[in-house]
Design a protein around this ligand. Structure first.
Ligand SMILES: Cc1cc2nc3c(=O)[nH]c(=O)nc-3n(C[C@H](O)[C@H](O)[C@H](O)COP(=O)(O)OP(=O)(O)OC[C@H]3O[C@@H](n4cnc5c(N)ncnc54)[C@H](O)[C@@H]3O)c2cc1C
Length: 337
């Protein structure tokens, strides 16, 4: 166990590639660690990924505890959870962060249950701050914020009396810092204490469904809402996206109606995006949609209702019918391009 406090990040890897969410969490862990005078450490499982793990130092990770075992090349619930529990017991970190991915959502509750500690799922903001309970003051409590009751309130969840505090965070939510290639992480290979009986399932083949769109890295996004649900209007929105070189996204009603795949959905139950430009076409701007795009650098909203909530967060608002506004935008863009 290190004599310094630790903020630990579970490092996701698939086919020797580190998950983007793990890099985001290392950066966020760095911000939390600063307030706790702690260091950022990672816990990783796999085989033959030592070099990739050392590069996590670029993002501020000091040490990676690495259980190297060929049987851990692919994620399976039981052995992964058991290995992470054993590293947490050994290192005693203050905080442990997981991506709210299928892997993180599978593992984190198993680990919390084994350690009998608090876990908050799907956090959108993390802070270190004061917390008072039953007359007791916790000075450096881990405050875990997440939308609750269908996104109508933001709840702050604290579990200062259980140890460690754990949270899952959705991909794309935390800011990725610029990497510093001069720093590398120390990779400490840990003994695997797994027996063959721990492997209850065997991965025979990994079949990948290619994403139709990757919104989390898009710099320009044109998003269609229920106001663009008819085929002609949706075709216009798509044309705008193609013209300006943007990715096409959608609000949930379009996805629920089967007009676009779930990969296109932005929001609480879709992807979180931070593009340079987000053009919302016929989107009212309900909290569940805003949660996924409010961090965009510039937001343009087009809506026929001047009171639509989207205008409250838009940098530029156009009140009008999409069928009238979009052709003018396309013509103006082509004229200037
Ligand atoms: C648990 C939960 C999770 C959710 N997750 C998500 C999520 O991840 N993402 C998400 O988007 N939603 C999500 N929702 C749904 C969310 O609450 C809203 O219902 C949804 O965002 C509304 O989508 P919209 O703005 O496209 O549709 P609407 O609210 O119906 O708005 C359509 C807008 O289009 C405008 N309009 C109509 N015709 C035109 C036209 N011709 N020209 C210009 N403007 C026009 C209207 O004025 C209106 O403002 C979730 C809901 C719940 C309960």
């Amino acid at each position: 166990m290190s004599d310094k406090k630790q903020v630990m990040v579970f490092i996701e890897q698939s086919e020797k590639k580190i998950g983007a969410v793990s890099l985001e969490l290392i950066c966020e862990a760095g911000r939390l660690a600063k307030k706790l005078s702690a260091e950022v450490v990672g816990v990783a499982l796999g085989y033959g990924i030592g070099e990739e793990l050392a590069a996590l130092g670029h993002y501020g990770c000091k040490t990676v505890y690495y259980v190297e075992d060929e049987r851990l090349s692919h994620f399976t619930s039981n052995p992964y959870a058991k290995s992470v529990v054993s590293i947490i017991r050994k290192q005693q970190p203050e905080i442990v962060l997981f991506g709210a991915t299928t892997t993180g959502r599978d593992m984190a509750p198993r680990i919390a249950s084994a350690l009998k500690c608090g876990l908050t799922a799907d956090c959108t903001e993390l802070q270190i701050g004061e917390y008072k309970s039953k007359g007791e003051l916790f000075e450096n409590a881990f405050l875990q914020m997440r939308p609750a009751f269908g996104g109508n309130i933001m709840a702050t969840i604290v579990s200062p009396e259980s140890f460690p505090s754990m949270a899952t965070v959705r991909p794309g939510v935390m800011q990725l810092d610029t990497p510093d290639a001069s720093r590398t992480a120390e990779v400490l290979v840990e003994e695997s204490d797994l027996s063959d009986e721990d492997f209850l399932t065997e991965v025979i083949e990994v079949v990948r469904r290619e994403k139709t769109v990757n919104l989390s890295v898009a710099q320009i996004i044109v998003a269609a809402g229920a106001g663009a649900a008819d085929p002609e209007t949706l075709a216009l929105v798509r044309k705008l996206a193609v013209t300006i070189g943007a990715e096409l996204a959608a609000s949930r009603p379009l996805v629920d109606a089967g007009l676009l795949s779930h990969d296109h959905q932005v929001g609480q139950t879709g992807t979180t995006v931070r593009p340079n430009l987000y053009i919302a076409c016929g989107i009212s701007g309900q909290i569940q949609h805003r949660a996924g795009m409010v961090e965009s650098q510039r937001i343009i909203a087009i809506n026929s209702d001047p009171d639509a909530p989207i205008f409250r967060i838009a940098h530029y608002g156009i009140v009008g019918d999409l069928n009238a506004v979009i052709p003018k935008m396309i013509a103006a863009y082509k004229e200037k391009a």
